[in-house]
Ligand binder design. Structure first.
Ligand code: AMP
Ligand code: GLY
Length: 423
């Protein structure tokens, strides 16, 4: 099979690493890719926003299958354009990507198909949103409706915080994403991420993960795209997985089909495990970053046929096998992230790797043959172990072999799972 992978982050490096191991792979390209991905695929300097250019490249190289990593091209309709050109694509249509692109869309779907989630209201002006928040009281959650790079959510523990967050949204802090606001009940419990492939008619559960969103040790400081993750999520017992499939994933799959936008791709369900059971916080329509890195480390099966079956409506014909060992990833980020940070700082040394202890590249580039950090999140030190504690020790052993002055990381990734194991 001739494959094009779209994206350039740590998630895409993990996908590329795994896809490249497939005996079915004949030719492998990535656009735009990064230096880590370049170890597995030929990088192509395509402008991913130029759908015609991506299609033309696929036709020129006779690409059989396109795997789209990030959400932005999906929300922008890249999968639709490629499918219209007769190319198989892993990733949902723009209509189905609304599940991630609009929080209000997802909340309305939950209401219509009886999917457990926090009670909510949608607002397009501040006074009405504020009146509702005053009536509900804190804690309460304020969300910009659209894509805001994971930063559009305020979990307000006080009324003042909630009112300020409403002003931020309507005053343009998240641009167009904040023109509509969703106000949602605060859900109390433990968070987990659940990944499940779906071809529109069939769903194949993959695995679970937990991430660390806050920038600082002890889960303190501002939210980020994720400073680390581990899989599996101990809170996702087989019973919780079964309930999530029945109460959340299956009604979503049926609902999307019934509304004329069948979902094809990966459901990344952000869940809160409350006293009542699993409740949906949000959907993403792509693999998590850095959750994907730990999933790929644990996947025994060939990834390519799984993604291809998703794209071609044959998920009922395949299965996914996992190693039992947990995997853990630590994100190394540029000092200052998630705020401003210096770019093009040199990474002087990288660790030696094995199949079960590997550093994925996220925001790196080669400048004059030297590796430099170009992004906020830059490297993902990822390892498996017999226990989460062992996976953590192996991941930090990788971290300690990275020589990068301008980098930092959290030192406690996995603490909750390790504390649970110790009890
Ligand atoms: P989201 O972008 O919707 O995943 O929200 C970001 C984070 O905000 C989530 O991972 C949760 O930690 C938190 N959050 C979102 N919605 C709620 C809610 N209804 N109750 C409690 N925490 C929430
Ligand atoms: N790590 C969270 C995300 O990918 O959205």
């Amino acid at each position: 099979m001739k494959v094009l992978l779209i994206g350039s982050g740590g998630r895409e490096h993990a996908l590329a690493w795994k896809l490249a191991q497939s005996p079915l792979m004949e030719a492998f390209y990535a656009a735009p890719g990064n230096p880590g991905i370049a170890e597995h695929a030929v990088l192509v300097a395509l402008n991913v926003d130029d759908h015609a250019a991506v299609t033309a490249f696929c036709e020129e190289k006779a690409i059989d299958f396109v795997v789209v990593g990030p959400e932005a091209p999906l929300v922008a309709g890249l999968a639709d354009v490629l499918r219209a050109a007769g190319i198989a694509v892993f990733g949902p249509s723009a209509a189905a990507a609304q599940l991630e692109g609009s929080k209000g869309f997802t909340k309305d779907l939950c209401a219509r198909f009886d999917i457990p989630t926090g009670a909510y209201q949608r607002f397009n002006n501040a006074p009405k949103a504020k009146a509702y928040v005053r009536a509900q009281g804190a804690p309460i959650v304020i969300k910009a409706d659209g894509l805001a790079a994971g930063k559009g959510v305020t979990v307000a523990m006080t009324l003042d915080e909630a009112l300020a967050a409403i002003d931020d949204c309507f005053e343009g802090a998240f641009g167009a994403a904040g023109a509509e606001v969703v106000v949602e009940a605060f859900l109390d419990g433990e968070e987990a991420s659940f990944f499940c492939l779906c071809d529109g008619k069939h769903a194949l559960p993959l695995a679970t993960a937990q991430d660390h969103k806050r920038v600082g040790d002890g889960d303190t400081g501002p939210n980020t795209g994720g400073m680390g993750a581990y899989s599996p999520a101990p809170v996702m017992t087989p019973e919780m997985v079964e309930r999530t499939m029945k109460e959340i994933i299956e009604p979503t799959m049926r609902g999307m089909a019934e509304m004329g936008s069948p979902f094809s791709g990966v459901f990344f369900a952000g869940l809160m495990i409350t006293a009542k059971g699993p409740e949906l916080i949000e959907y993403n329509v792509r693999f998590g970053d850095p959750e994907c890195q730990v999933l790929m480390m644990r996947l025994k099966s060939d990834l390519l046929p799984l993604l291809y079956a998703t794209a071609t409506g044959t998920l009922d014909k395949v299965s996914a096998e996992w190693i039992d060992d947990p995997a853990l990833t630590v994100v190394l980020a540029s000092k200052g992230y998630p705020g401003a940070y210096d770019k093009n700082t040199p990474i002087e040394a990288m660790p030696a790797e094995t199949a079960s202890a590997k550093v994925f590249h996220a925001g790196t580039a080669l400048k004059d043959g030297k590796l430099v950090a170009t992004g906020g999140r830059v490297l993902n030190a990822t390892a498996t172990g017999k226990t989460v504690a062992e996976a953590q020790a192996r991941a930090y052993a990788l971290v300690d072999q990275v020589a990068w002055e301008n980098g930092f990381c959290r030192r406690d990734i996995g603490w909750r799972a390790i504390a649970r194991d110790e009890n």
